[in-house]
Design a protein around this ligand. Structure first.
Ligand code: GLY
Length: 382
């Protein structure tokens, strides 16, 4: 069969954002998702912090540049999605307070502030008293805080907004459909083997993007026994809690050990563990206990809130903890995965720059450090 259009493998935040950017460029797009949209996406449980400042010390400077570009794009991107879908995304730029509970935390905050200054990022030091004037429910006796211009979005709403915007743009969303293999098609392009409720079929496309998060390695290649993408990709489990009740804070509140993200509707998200447990989906008593203990130290009032959800997600992590975004085979096969802790944050910039590459052959300098070629031998896919 003659191939046409683009298939995006994976209906998580990155896959949907790429599909949306391609649809905006007039491409015919099909998204193929193994579950329901949002059901197993890392973004489906994520807190939605857009935090290029508060994680600057943990981050390769090249990733900070990409994250800052995405951060700048966010207000216009979410406004476009809201207009196209009628779904509010919860974008909120109130900011983040990184709170020091004691002297050790203060030293960490000073360290982060120095990194931020080096990278031209803005932050404001507050005394403990000033921080409590901003957020009266913070624990008494906190040692100080750093206020940063980070933002947040509600990733569940964002997934919904992207889904509706894509449907209205005429994109095809195939849910409950597993991609099992991708191979060169006999008439050019690619043959994408799928399975839905035990029934196998093949789709054809001129271009394919694999954006299946931590599952991106599970697609077979034409070379028997090899994954399509031999990326050193692993899932990093995150346990995350949702509480509900009186709105205790306006800012995102972090300590070096926990983050607390308030939503306008009274939800409070507390995250997140980092665990090397493969695809173990169980929330654990220890994981929940650690998160609540740390959150209660900074915001004692959370003890009165209702615990509504213990979620588990899988961050897609590459060996160097940087994403892989770009072409795989010198032809029409692309990947966007390995976004690790930054999938929500990096979704718009990943989508726009990859769409530029796919539609116009233009590789933006911001993407150069994230070439999948750093892991993939040239002859693997073809
Ligand atoms: N982006 C924060 C996390 O992955 O926990």
């Amino acid at each position: 069969m003659e191939p046409s259009g683009t298939i995006v493998v994976g209906g998580g935040i990155v896959g949907l954002a790429i599909a949306h950017a391609l649809a905006h460029r007039g491409q015919r797009v099909t998204v193929v998702e193994g579950k329901q949209i949002g059901e197993r996406a890392a973004a489906g449980v994520a807190a939605g912090m857009l935090a290029p400042s508060s994680e600057a010390d943990l981050t390769d400077p090249r990733l900070t540049h990409l994250a800052l570009a995405s951060h700048e794009a966010y207000p216009a991107w979410t406004a476009t999605l809201e207009r196209e879908s009628g779904v509010e995304t919860g974008y909120d730029a109130t900011g983040t307070l990184l709170v020091a509970l004691h002297r050790d935390h203060l030293a960490l905050i000073e360290h982060l502030e120095a990194f931020q200054r080096e990278r031209g990022l803005h932050a404001e030091r507050l005394t403990g008293r000033q921080a409590r004037e901003e957020e009266p429910y913070l624990a008494p006796g906190i040692a100080g805080a750093l206020r940063m211009p980070d933002a947040q979005v509600d990733p569940r709403h964002l997934l919904r907004a992207l889904t509706v915007a894509l449907e209205r743009a005429g994109a095809v969303l195939l849910e409950g459909t597993q991609v099992t293999a991708v191979a060169p098609g006999v008439d050019g392009g690619y043959a994408v083997a799928t399975e839905r409720e035990g029934v196998a079929s093949t789709l054809h496309a001129t271009q394919v993007v694999v954006a299946a998060g931590a599952w991106s390695r599970q697609i077979a290649s034409p070379i028997a026994g090899l994954p399509l993408l031999p990326l050193p990709l692993r899932p990093v489990k995150g346990q995350i809690l949702r509480l509900r009740g009186e709105r205790l804070v306006r800012h995102v509140v972090r300590t070096p050990d926990v983050y607390i993200v308030p939503r306008a509707d009274g939800e409070l998200v507390v995250g997140a563990s980092m665990e090397e447990q493969g695809f173990d989906e169980r929330p654990t008593a220890g994981g929940v206990y650690d998160l609540l203990r740390e959150a209660r130290r900074v915001l004692p009032g959370i003890a009165e809130l209702e615990l509504t959800e213990c979620g588990v997600g899988f961050r897609p992590a590459l060996r160097d903890h940087l994403p892989a975004i770009g072409n795989v085979d010198g032809a029409g096969l692309f990947v966007a995965s390995g976004h690790f802790r930054n999938g929500v944050e990096l979704a718009p910039i990943t989508a726009w720059l990859l769409a530029d590459l796919m539609c116009d052959g233009r590789l933006d300098a911001l993407l150069e450090p994230f070439s999948p070629g750093r892991f993939i031998a040239k002859d693997v896919a073809r």
